[in-house]
Design a protein around this ligand. Structure first.
Ligand SMILES: Cc1ncc(COP(=O)(O)O)c(C=O)c1O
Length: 322
């Protein structure tokens, strides 16, 4: 991410210049990770920019906050407008959008005591997370020595800041050993997910993925891919996944807002299938990008259009923001 000073950030109810979007070092969330966030993509479509699965992301944002006892002090409608506003003000045709809601400065006791709840929405252009080449040719992954935490320890279905320390440990280890991504096993030794993606395998023409019983975040891309696969006529099974299932799969791929649909080429040196991407993965990728670009009208309801209204002029706003 480049820190472009001409950018806009939505912070606590209004758009402000990027460099003004600061918070105090005593913020509770800086010390303890007490915040929740979302990762959303806005795609360029045939009808202008559109936010992919915005409703589902906002549902998860509110649900994650609720688990941690944080009340997001903005209505859904206000957040929908804020997301559109920040895309529009930055003049993005496509971008990644990061809403975050966190506890600000107040008490630094572990029990948050009347700490203010801050809400920020950032946006920036973000290339495919595991590289354009990874998207095309697949990535090499490794099984992490770090296990995914169990939902009795922390709610895996919530997307909370502090929870990502587990992912950071795993991905740092993977990258230091020359891999693009880490796959984490759950506490029982089943495959859970990537450090920031869900996992699918393809075997004999059907798909298998796991669910929250295996300590995963229930990805919004995962759900979209399940629907696309079914519409393509593939059966999708939801089962525990073992490492041997992956190693002997015909194809495997990762899904996530950032990583989109990224084929897995190799797991710790073992090639997956005969070619990457496999034919099923390639077909799913094709329909996924047809959906995100608005070319496949069957998935139109997944796209929330960002209207560029004449009323917004970032120069005027810049004057009033200082
Ligand atoms: C740990 C983890 N699993 C899965 C996903 C995929 O979720 P989504 O498709 O909603 O982006 C993500 C990304 O947000 C993630 O961080």
């Amino acid at each position: 991410m480049t820190f472009d000073e001409s950018r806009w950030v939505w912070m606590d109810g209004r758009a402000i210049p990027w460099q003004n979007a600061t918070t105090h070092v005593s913020a509770h969330s800086l010390h303890y990770g007490s915040g929740v966030f979302e990762g959303i993509r806005c795609y360029e479509t045939t009808d202008g920019p559109a936010v992919f699965c915005l409703d589902a992301h906002l549902d998860r944002f509110y649900a994650s906050a609720e688990v941690y006892g944080i009340t997001i002090p903005f209505t859904r409608e206000e957040l929908i407008n804020a997301v559109s506003e920040i895309v529009r003000l930055n003049n993005f045709r496509s971008c990644y959008i990061r809403p975050i809601c966190y506890l600000g400065s107040g008490s630094l006791g572990l029990h948050p005591d009347n700490n203010p709840v801050e809400v920020v929405i950032l946006a920036w252009p973000w290339a495919p997370y595991l590289g354009a080449e990874g998207l095309k040719d697949g990535v090499r992954v490794t099984v992490s020595p770090w296990r995914k935490f169990q939902s009795q320890m922390m709610p895996t279905t919530a997307k909370a800041c502090g929870q990502y320390l587990n992912s950071i440990l795993a991905v740092r280890d993977a990258v230091s050993r020359g891999y693009a991504e880490a796959l984490l096993l759950d506490a029982e030794g089943h495959l859970a997910e990537g450090s920031g993606e869900n996992l699918f395998i393809v075997r004999d023409g059907y798909l298998v993925t796991n669910d929250e019983r295996h300590s995963i975040l229930l990805g919004i891309t995962r759900k979209a891919i399940m629907k696309i696969a079914q519409d393509l006529g593939f059966q999708v099974k939801v089962n525990a996944l073992y490492l041997e299932d992956l190693l002997s799969a015909d194809e495997a791929f990762l899904t996530g807002t950032a990583a989109e649909v990224t084929p897995i080429r190799e797991v710790d040196g073992t090639p997956i299938g005969e070619r990457t991407p496999g034919l099923v993965t390639a077909e799913i990728q094709r329909v996924f990008f047809a959906a995100t670009s608005g070319r496949d009208k069957r998935y139109k309801e997944w796209l929330h259009p960002v209207e560029y209204k004449a009323e917004h002029n970032s120069d005027e706003l810049l004057q009033s923001a200082f």
